[in-house]
Design a protein around this ligand. Sequence first.
Ligand code: BGC
Length: 520
Amino acid sequence: MAGGAIVNTGGGKDYPGKLTLFVFFTCVVAATGGLIFGYDIGISGGVTSMDPFLKKFFPEVFRKKQMANKNNQYCKYDNQLLQTFTSSLYLAALVASFFAATVTRVLGRKWSMFGGGLTFLIGAALNGAAENVAMLIIGRILLGVGVGFANQSVPVYLSEMAPARLRGMLNIGFQLMITIGILAAELINYGTAKIKAGYGWRVSLALAAVPAAIITLGSLFLPDTPNSLIDRGHPEQAERMLRRIRGSDVDVSDEYADLVAASEESKLVQHPWRNILKRKYRAQLTMAVFIPFFQQLTGINVIMFYAPVLFETLGFKGDASLMSAVITGLVNVFATLVSIFTVDRLGRRKLFLQGGAQMMVCQVVVGTLIAVKFGSSGIGDIPKGYAAVVVLFICVYVAGFAWSWGPLGWLVPSEIFPLEIRPAGQSINVSVNMLFTFVIAQAFLTMLCHMKFGLFYFFAGWVVIMTVFIALFLPETKNVPIEEMVLVWKRHWFWNRFIGDDDVHVGANHVSNGSKLPAA
Ligand code: BGC
């Protein structure tokens, strides 16, 4: 996130300005970037469980699936090429996010979103028209480039447009759009799987063009953020824009002065990548790597990518498995709302710890339920009532994720970096997330085949580790203005040893330009 005097809710520095209708609409349009990400996450699992799709592109998987009743349930979808179809997108997004960081800075957030949307549109067309695996995978790579650009620019755009007091809430608004995208994809799969002629998968893949068209056309009408305008040498335009987005009756001079100061300050930083390696930023660097890493090691994307496949593995018939995926998608959306309304009151830590405990218990229960029926041979049948209990526990698990690691995995890294390391920190966060999203997507079906029900215990083990990590190493950041964040680390029992008294003074300087911060 480049520039911007960023403050947090509840105390500390604040600028006048309300949520104007103008800002609200620009934010809604920009947040559709989350929709394209979510649609991709949700669409692949349903498509890869459709027989006509498998027959056309992955005939070997289709044959294995037919045999699976007699053979091992755990292994019926294990196929590297099939996993590459799902995972290639995230690898492309990982690479694209590095380029997108530069485009976002030089050309502005708006053109970055436009470019992302356009690439995504081409990818959707290629996928919908695919005649061979190459077209499928090239299409997925283009979608990935689109996601890379959108994920880099949209959160930055939202943060810079939002009045400071509403930054946290709007940040989770992006995650809400992701979950809505996932749900939309699951509903569409449920509908298209019923198309008798067997081209349902084409409709599912091509419909990705809808959210892409919204963000592509929408971005043409989006104004640039004041921060970006200042950074690119248009100070007057920036001031006019700031007045427009905060409301014409609002005095924006204070905020404007801080934006200019922040931009100048960030231009002085020549080596953000080297700076983040400084000893005093050890805590932030650790979080930038571990939070996205742990978020993926919760195992959430096993459900998000492969829910229909997983439910079929459990013996659900095609329709029932897609329906169950829709149910988990609904739970995901509604549980995200819980975090929107509690995160600034309960705080991040409580949500992390409660959500972690809930996920862990559910994973152990699900693993055990599967073990009882399938054992390690993978041969067996799950009766209806029993399957419903499995789905129930998977839903409770998804809810736990949706109010903890889901939104917080994006929110917390975005609020802990001081300005001089913010772009570097944000890049690390996005790319580590994409890297492990890729790893899980690529490895899950093989892991299921080899680790069997133990896979659920494996993820439960990781959830224990990450919950202990949060308990020990993450201080509470709710209601702390970002400029004061250094004090949070300085007071922390572990991280304080990395921060000298001078460093706190340096941190406090960030606030000194024109700020009315009360004493900490
Ligand atoms: C994660 C995605 C995940 C989604 C589920 C996001 O925060 O980054 O990997 O699929 O939440 O809602």
